[in-house]
Design a protein around this ligand. Structure first.
Ligand code: AMP
Ligand code: ZN
Length: 477
């Protein structure tokens, strides 16, 4: 374990990563505001978080990840009202769509997906603690955070406070750096807005308090990692720090990681600008989700990702090349022991380079380059003397390990050199024999049996390939 380095937005430097608990990482990843389909800019950030999670696992850590679902805020309320439907109906719809999209992109499920509306008591409690510490004031039925009472305000984002702003307030959840102001924790009820009866009086939470309450309820007052995209740094994460540390007096988060934006023609992809594509848009145009995943993870997260269809096309070709090489490995009989053209050393060099790339602040470009180098060597070996059985086993292990983070390879039989694979291959063999004997009833029965076990067969000119269907993910929450 150990050896990972991350760029911490708070200290503005690359740091060696050590979690608070020896082998357990607790992390909070700001989730979607569920008023519409997520766009591929949002998904770039969620993929970065997926790579982070899987890299931590590769390096031996157990991960507890929380991703919140913002199901009450200015935007969800606005759009539910515009559609004349209850807020819950709107947010349920887009939460379901969100889970479909992350499954399509093979994003691993977090341990917890708290909905903001289910944490109102915790938010009220937190605001009461802030009141007790003198960080708040009330006005017109709302409760505000007085940023002048928190001397560290601005440390994360570098925003400078104008001395003249004392008492100036913002009401909206989102605002610019130039408008650093006292922000709202609890909003007085308004016609057309949902409202909760609480000890603070009736009303609803502001957006920022939601993440402080949900993160600390599920991960503790101090935890290891908090992430989002760069637009979350100010005001959202700055305000979270003020709220959490203002209430507990404890450090809130040890490492802050922020992904750069996905951009189109030089501009941030954003719903409000109308320059966005959803995952569904791209799939409707015929692109494979794996190619989209490949594209979104191929650029290291601290660089802007310029989305173009040429880039997506190139990603599609890259994933097809990877799949073809794997198919070649599967369908080429092993070379005799000692006579193969791929060495164990080459595989070990790949493993080391791949891990070093990820350990270097999740440099996915380096990790992918190592993979492509290995697969070039594999192709050359297959063109010449082949790959012997023992090397093939190591190769499978190494590819499985890499794909436990990237998840861009098709499931391949060689990836599971175990008894289970042997059993499946024996059944496939029986099916081929049955087909040769024109005993289609037996052949179909074998196919159906495997299908029930979640094994899908594909007949190719080079024989029958098989893969496991992706398992159903766990239930929400
Ligand atoms: P939202 O649903 O707007 O709360 O956004 C969900 C996540 O996506 C947040 O972490 C945002 O910072 C992030 N995000 C929004 N737009 C982009 C973009 N163009 N590129 C990358 N991440 C983004
Ligand atoms: Zn958040």
């Amino acid at each position: 374990m150990g050896g990972l380095r991350f760029y911490n937005t708070m200290t503005r430097s690359l740091e060696s990563f050590e979690p608070l608990e020896q082998d357990h990482v607790r992390m909070y990843t700001c989730g979607p505001t569920v008023y519409n389909y997520v766009h591929i800019g949002n998904l770039r950030t969620f993929i970065f978080e997926d790579i982070l999670r899987r890299t931590l696992q590769l390096f031996g850590y157990r991960v507890t990840q929380v991703m919140n679902l913002t199901d009450v805020d200015d935007k969800t309320i606005r759009d539910a009202n515009a559609a004349r439907i209850p807020l819950r109906e709107l947010t349920d719809r887009y939460i379901e769509a969100f889970f479909e999209d992350i499954d399509t992109l093979r994003i691993q499920r977090a341990e917890h997906y708290p909905r903001a509306t289910e944490y109102i008591p915790q938010m009220v409690e937190l605001i009461k603690r802030l009141e007790a510490h003198g960080h708040t004031y009330r006005s017109g039925g709302s409760v505000y955070y007085s940023i002048a009472t928190f001397p560290e305000y601005g440390k994360l984002s570098g925003v400078r406070l104008d001395k003249n702003i004392a008492g100036a307030r913002v009401e909206t959840d989102e605002y610019d750096k130039e408008d650093a102001r006292d922000f709202v924790l609890w909003k007085a009820p308004k016609p057309g807005e949902p409202s909760w009866e609480t000890e603070l009086g009736p009303g609803r939470p502001g957006w920022h308090i939601e993440c402080s309450a949900m993160s600390m309820s599920l991960l503790g007052e101090t935890f290891d990692i908090h992430t989002g995209a760069v637009d979350n740094i100010f005001p959202h994460h700055e305000n979270e720090i003020a709220q959490s540390q203002g209430a507990t007096g404890q450090p809130f988060v040890r490492t802050w990681l922020h992904a750069e934006h996905l951009i189109v023609e030089g501009e941030k992809m954003a719903k409000s600008k109308g320059n966005f594509f959803t995952l569904r848009d791209l799939i409707a145009r015929g692109y494979d989700p794996v190619a989209i995943r490949y594209l979104l993870l191929s650029v290291p997260y601290r660089q802007k990702l310029n989305f173009t269809f040429d880039g997506l096309h190139a990603a599609q070709q890259a994933t097809e090349r990877l799949a073809n090489t794997l198919r070649r490995i599967e369908t080429t009989p092993p070379a005799e022991e000692g006579s193969g053209c791929l060495s164990i050393d080459a595989i070990e060099a790949f493993r080391a380079a791949f891990r070093a790339g990820l350990a270097d602040d999740l440099n996915t470009a380096r990790a992918l380059a190592a993979l492509h180098t290995l697969l070039r060597q594999v192709n050359t070996a297959l063109d010449h003397g082949g790959i012997s059985g023992d090397v093939r086993t190591s190769l499978s292990h190494a590819l499985n390990e890499a794909d436990s983070v990237l998840d861009i390879l098709p499931a391949h039989a060689g990836a599971l050199p175990d008894e289970e694979a042997t059993r499946i291959e024996a059944l496939i063999e029986q099916r081929s024999t049955a087909r040769q004997n024109r005993d289609f009833a037996t052949a179909d029965a074998i196919r159906d049996q495997l299908a029930r076990e979640g094994i899908v067969l594909e007949d190719t000119p080079n024989g029958t390939l098989w893969k496991r269907k992706r398992q159903n993910p766990p239930e929400e929450k």
